[in-house]
Design a protein around this ligand. Structure first.
Ligand code: KG4
Ligand code: ZN
Length: 337
């Protein structure tokens, strides 16, 4: 096929469409955020999310084509996230992609959202070549991978319970510092002392690559409750900073362990939590000591977007020529395999 792929992403609370050329070069990247509708509830409300996706999807797709300066007839394929995510939202994106593919006789390409996050790195760093260690970490997953070819992933470990981003969101919610939680915790943490409270670092010494963030989240909630019971004034900045440091320490430790075991020269970060500057800073320092390179996407490609979906879709089509059937369904619990 020629080289222009439209990507569609509706798995959580961002309605997004993008056009990519040759899988790496962005022609447009439109993201309609629903944050304003969810923030008063302190988290994503699935029913509101699906309704907003329905409202935004057509204008967002139109804008992506207009900004790219192309028409539907110029496209060579339509890639869409089919999981993991919220079922109602996924279905809106899938229905839109199917309609476009059918109406314009284009291949429909089904993309795993987690894999999309990995491909965001190729857009920011087109020269990137595996083998790499990759941590993909966001609100729904924390997966540590090794791969020597895009598309063929060795899962070294993953979270056994909550994702790291989910813990950031929960902590932000109980601290009442706003939504989305990750950026709010990061901002407040800048004013805090990350050594103030010794929160646990679950599984940090375990001889494997798995993670667990539910215990850390509970430890923070318990700490806050105890302080409230004692009528102590909460030092929210210290709590945010100490929690953030505990979460980062575990992520960094497991990445370094994997780098050493696999003798890797390059590390990729992907997903919303990779936007965290303190995480990047601490990991970069450790990797510099080992002479290992670190890559992460530009900020707007770390969090949910459709450019990464278009990129993953392009390469998937290039390598497999596998068209998704029109019976394609949403897979809310899809894993990376
Ligand atoms: O990739 P993403 O946009 O959506 C999912 O696939 O989940 O990631 C969103 C997650 C949320 O949990 C959010 O709190 C977290 O990534 N996040 C951050 C930061 N920015 C987003 N976590 C820590 N620090 C950040 N700066
Ligand atoms: Zn995501």
């Amino acid at each position: 096929m020629s080289d222009l792929v439209l990507g569609i992403e509706t798995s959580c609370d961002e309605t997004a469409a993008a056009v990519i050329k040759d899988g790496k070069f962005l022609l447009s990247n439109i993201v309609a955020s629903q944050v304003d509708w969810h923030k008063k509830y302190g988290g994503v409300v699935p029913e509101i999310a699906s309704r907003k996706h329905l409202e935004f999807i057509n204008p967002v797709v139109d804008e992506a084509l207009t900004e790219a300066g192309i028409d539907f007839k110029d496209l060579s394929g339509v890639a869409v996230t089919y999981g993991p995510g919220l079922v109602g939202g996924l279905l809106v994106g899938i229905a839109a992609a199917k309609s476009i593919a059918y109406a314009h006789s284009l291949p429909l390409i089904a993309v795993n959202h987690i894999e999309g996050h990995i491909y965001a790195n190729l857009i920011s760093h087109p020269e990137l070549k595996p083998p790499v260690i990759c941590l993909t970490v966001s609100g729904g997953h924390t997966d540590l991978l090794y791969f020597s070819e895009f598309g063929d992933y060795e899962i070294l470990g993953r979270s056994r319970d909550d994702a790291a981003g989910e813990a950031f969101d929960k902590v932000a919610k109980v601290l009442e510092i706003g939504y989305p939680g990750g950026p709010a915790v990061e901002e407040l943490a800048r004013e805090g002392d990350e050594t103030a409270i010794d929160f646990p670092r679950p599984m940090i010494h375990a001889d494997n690559y798995d993670f667990s963030f539910s215990g850390l989240k509970t430890a923070v909630l318990n700490y806050i409750n105890q302080q409230r019971q004692k009528n102590n004034k909460l030092n929210k900045a210290n709590i945010a900073a100490s929690f953030q440091r505990a979460a980062i320490d575990v992520l960094v430790k497991k990445i370094i362990k994997a780098v050493k075991e696999k003798k890797a020269n390059d590390v990729l970060l992907a997903g919303g939590v990779s936007a965290n500057q303190r995480f990047r800073e601490l990991l970069t320092a450790k990797l510099n000591d080992l002479g290992v390179n670190i890559y992460y996407p530009e900020l707007e490609l770390c969090t949910d977007n459709a450019a990464m979906v278009a990129s993953a879709g392009y390469f998937k089509w290039e390598s497999t020529k596998k068209e998704a059937p029109y019976s394609l369904n949403a897979e809310p619990n899809l894993k990376l395999s």
